[in-house]
Write a protein that binds this ligand. Sequence first.
Ligand code: ASP
Length: 608
Amino acid sequence: MYRSHTCGELRIENANQQVTLAGWVQTVRKFGAITFIDLRDRYGITQLLFGEELNNELDQSPLGREFVLQVKGMVNERSNKNANIATGDIEIKVESFKVLNKSAVPPFTIQDDTDGGDDLRMKYRYLDLRRNAVKKNLELRYAVNRSARNYLHENNFMDIETPFLIKSTPEGARDFVVPSRMNAGQFYALPQSPQTFKQLLMVSGYDRYYQIVKCFRDEDLRADRQPEFTQIDCEMCFVEQEDILNMFEGLIKQIFKDVKNIDYKETVERMSWEEAMWQYGNDKPDIRFGMKICNLKFPSHTFSSKENISSLINGADFKVFDEAETVVAIAVPGCSEYSRKQTDELTEWVKRPQIGMKGLVFIKVNTDGTFKSSVDKFYSEEKLKAIASATNASAGDLILILAGAEERTRKAISELRLEMGKRLGLRKENEFKLLWVLDFPLFEYAEEDNRWVARHHPFTSPKPSDIQVMINNNPVIENAADYLKHPYANIKANAYDMVLNGNEIGGGSIRIYQRELQEKMFAALGMDAAEQHHKFGFLLGAFEYGAPPHGGIAFGFDRLCSILGGSESIRDFIAFPKNNSGRDVMLDAPSTIDEKQFEELQIKLNLK
Ligand code: ASP
């Protein structure tokens, strides 16, 4: 028997028991003839006391950090208790010990505030994983996994594995491809998601499917992206959007309960995509705080149902506003006393290339009812008052206004809102706010090819009321500059995203399940019959054999964990992540392969 207890287990009640522990040496502290060692394992740390009688033996085989050690001894009450650790009331008076394995000096300290930089820790990830901070993240990940599985199991979902060596599934990213030796010159694609398989499972009658599954997308990486990542992937048949929203609100609420002990009682708010863009400037708004956008001016082809109030700002000889396509504002609460230095800093902030604005206009709504603005020359006090009232500003607020081209300006005001929310402490780490964003556009315009692409994926159904618009109109865009006037630009999808604190944590749709409509969809995306048959013949074929109405959703598992764990990066929640260039620095992958492997694959490199 290697151990009778773990290093996190023993308490004062165990005093005078004979025990055997095994673990890693965290620290060695020598005090004259006695030596204290902290022994660590996954469960905790236990203090060991080596008395004088073991001195010789210790001298012969000195113990270093990370040595693997087995000790036998007696549990004793400590005279000097440590309230910071669970085993702090006791120590083990060691009677005999055995070095199970030595360790080289680790390249960084295995503790929470380690001295190891990111690269070094990734290179020695197996050591990094010994650290408590990392272990906590993996424990949280496992808790989310367990909670999801329990909930889905309770609700009759069946976990069914789907293959990794497949043919391209279009989720809008580049595929990773794998050459086939047995079929020389041919390639598998790794799944960007199990999308088509889960739909086929519906055709097969497995009416509730789920899988916690790896997906592969060859995209440029950011802190919260990995080339391989995990989804909680789900599909149901005989459901409408409402059924899906209810079922998966339930899932996330259960995870909140199990993992964070949060009883999320409120119904999850819902907002149309258009409303999200109008009020927040993006499709995954953080609704933990208000500061909604005031649309002072916007191009007539967007938000056609909204009232235009541009007369408030136009015609005052202020060119920036007169000439801008879009003018948008937010009222930042309680910041009217910002100094010149602070408003200058904000101006610099919006001018950064990532934001890309030319400048920032501000209006201070002073607490005495007066106004002070950077455009006093152009706007009378009365006008400023009217603008302030349109933005819903109160006394003491600072109104920030951006002007420019629609897309960029809307994105910029959205970023500025989030930044101000952060600076004012309104994006509280321990507050969780869920939101469903609904009614997304079905298509997105792809400028480089002057054609439509699926905003979600090509299996998403249009709103029933828009099906005829899709069928009756030619997808060809005659005039690229006017693509927004094409009837396709306004077609809405049966698609939904779940948003948590400003992050998209899941997305899905009600699918197309009739062959004819699916063919029309492919055609709208510019696929002729031959290409449809080549790429998706299997799915079109399956739709001939009694495909039921169905829909589903997939959650970004890594991201969900990172938000629940209060971290910006999903890498912290993945045992063996890749770095920002998609490399595994521990394995040194990707790497070249042997000449022999190239020969077997009948592949020749032609690097440019
Ligand atoms: N397969 C989709 C995705 O990966 C999710 C879904 O539509 O269920 O985004």
